[in-house]
Write a protein that binds this ligand. Structure first.
Ligand SMILES: Cc1cc2nc3c(=O)[nH]c(=O)nc-3n(C[C@H](O)[C@H](O)[C@H](O)COP(=O)(O)OP(=O)(O)OC[C@H]3O[C@@H](n4cnc5c(N)ncnc54)[C@H](O)[C@@H]3O)c2cc1C
Length: 451
């Protein structure tokens, strides 16, 4: 049995829901499929921090109200980067929300349904359907365990880290699209929401504390939810020397050592994974667009992926709508999506991956040294706590003047060069699939210098 839609969207997280709303706003016959129950859509283990600027921009695109009322758990004004010694820190303005993802996600879902999106909840997508050399729908398993096929003109894969459509494409289908799932591209996380007996001092703040006891990138996060609650967690890639380590155990030990001597109540405690890879350089194939975590759109350093997923969903919908109207679904016709992603956050996230690799090599001790010596200053970091590209040179010069530790200097020089090469390459991001392979090889070569 089959049905025909203009667009099928797999996954009702931030990427899928923004794509669904925009498609419905443009009168596309849209089907949203999620394996969760309707009531559970939007609920996800998360640090819950969301940039205000991003969400305001996306809300305008979708014509929905930005987060409001009990969707906002708390406001954020400051990001603090600190070391094991909390006195050694950097404090940066960072305007955002601690968001109740479930309530906010449910409101967006209701907006989508009100605007005409059809929902198939409790339905697990198993694989894409390929017909006439294009993705033409998905095969699903329904709640009653029956197998069913849904057909559409185009599919948007927003299924999160497991990327069910992208990773189940036939091997020979669109060689320019990466179909792999590799263990090293994901960090395992453990996260708790806790309530303290006495008020903490972090109201309005989100803190990244770099400590030696946590494997690289080496931080525990403490995000304040008002005066007494905190969203805390940590995560790392479980491979090599870290393969057998328990994230929960390391988190618990670090919490005991660095924080909260007082007892506290655990309100929620769960594990999940985040992506730590730069965006896939091409996220389209005939009849398919991949968005959000399914395309590694989260910042590989901070795992900030909610905002990028919302944006990616919008871009995916914009391009899908155009191709449905023009009835052209080739990789070339969908390529514009890649260009939009690279411009909005792809280049930035590509750079953040270099910073992650540098931090991994640096370690918490050297970071403490750099902060203490004021080699890294407040003005070097963006509001997400990430090094600005224009700051690398001045940092390098400060390092040369302050303490010529040769290993650090060489690492810094390498990062500076890589940063410059990345910037040059992004100016040349291919305007069509034609020169993509050469471009991809060049960019991968830059990362290989750090591995
Ligand atoms: C511990 C942790 C902390 C984080 N902290 C932050 C933070 O503070 N700030 C931030 O911005 N981001 C944070 N993130 C990242 C953020 O949660 C993700 O980047 C974001 O949710 C990605 O959105 P998405 O729509 O791509 O995927 P998801 O939100 O994962 O949504 C995917 C949807 O697809 C559905 N689905 C999956 N497989 C199938 C299938 N086979 N069939 C049907 N449906 C399917 C799922 O049920 C889900 O509803 C954190 C993540 C974790 C794990």
């Amino acid at each position: 049995m089959s049905e025909t839609y203009d667009v099928i969207i797999v996954g009702g997280g931030p990427a899928g829901i923004s794509a669904a709303i925009l498609c419905a706003n443009n009168k596309m016959k849209t089907l949203l499929i999620d394996k969760k129950t309707e009531e559970e859509i939007g609920n996800k283990v998360c640090g819950e921090a969301l940039s205000k600027k991003t969400v305001i921009n996306v809300s305008k695109k979708l014509n929905v109200e930005p987060p409001k009322g009990d969707e906002i758990k708390a406001n954020i004004s400051t990001l603090i980067i600190q070391t094991a010694d909390p006195e050694i820190n950097l404090s940066l303005p960072s305007i955002g929300y601690m968001i109740n993802r479930h309530i906010y996600g449910q409101r967006l879902l209701k907006e989508a349904l009100k605007r005409g999106v059809l929902l198939e909840s409790e339905t697990k997508v198993l694989s894409p359907i390929i017909k006439d050399n294009k993705v033409s729908g998905v095969k699903v398993k329904k709640k009653n365990r029956s197998i069913f096929e849904f057909r559409s003109k185009i599919v948007i894969d927003c299924s999160g880290t497991m990327a069910v459509v992208r990773t189940n494409l036939p091997e020979n289908f669109e060689p320019l699209l990466n179909k792999n799932l590799s263990k090293s591209d994901y960090a395992s996380c453990f996260r708790e929401i806790i309530k303290l007996k006495k008020p903490h001092k972090l109201d309005g703040k989100i803190v990244l504390q770099y400590v030696q006891d946590v494997p690289e990138p080496g931080y525990i996060w403490f995000f304040a939810i008002g005066k007494k609650k905190l969203n805390c967690g940590t995560g790392f890639v479980k491979e090599g020397k870290n393969e057998k380590k328990s994230v929960k155990k390391i988190y618990n030990e670090a919490m005991k050592k660095y924080h909260l001597p007082d007892s506290y109540e655990i309100l929620d405690s769960r594990g999940d994974v985040v992506t730590v890879k730069p965006p896939i350089w091409n996220a389209v194939a005939p009849g398919l667009i991949v968005a959000g975590d399914a395309a590694f759109h989260a910042d590989p350093l901070t795992a900030e992926g909610h905002g990028p997923a919302l944006f990616a969903g919008c871009f995916a919908a914009e391009v899908a709508i155009k191709t449905v109207i023009e009835q052209n679904y080739s990789t070339k016709d969908l390529w514009e999506y890649n260009i939009k992603i690279m411009k909005e956050f792809g280049e930035e996230n590509a750079r953040y991956k270099i910073i992650t690799l540098v931090l991994e090599k640096l370690g918490a001790k050297n970071l403490e040294f750099l902060l203490k010596r004021k080699v890294i200053k407040k003005s070097d970091l963006s509001s997400a706590g990430v090094l600005k590209k224009e700051s690398l040179f001045s940092m390098f010069m400060r390092m040369v003047r302050s303490f010529p530790k040769i290993g650090l200097l060489l690492l810094m020089k390498k990062a500076m060069d890589a940063n410059k090469e990345l910037a040059d390459l992004f100016v040349e991001y291919p305007s069509s699939p034609v020169n993509f392979r050469r471009w991809e090889t060049e960019i991968e070569n830059i990362y290989n210098l750090f591995t």
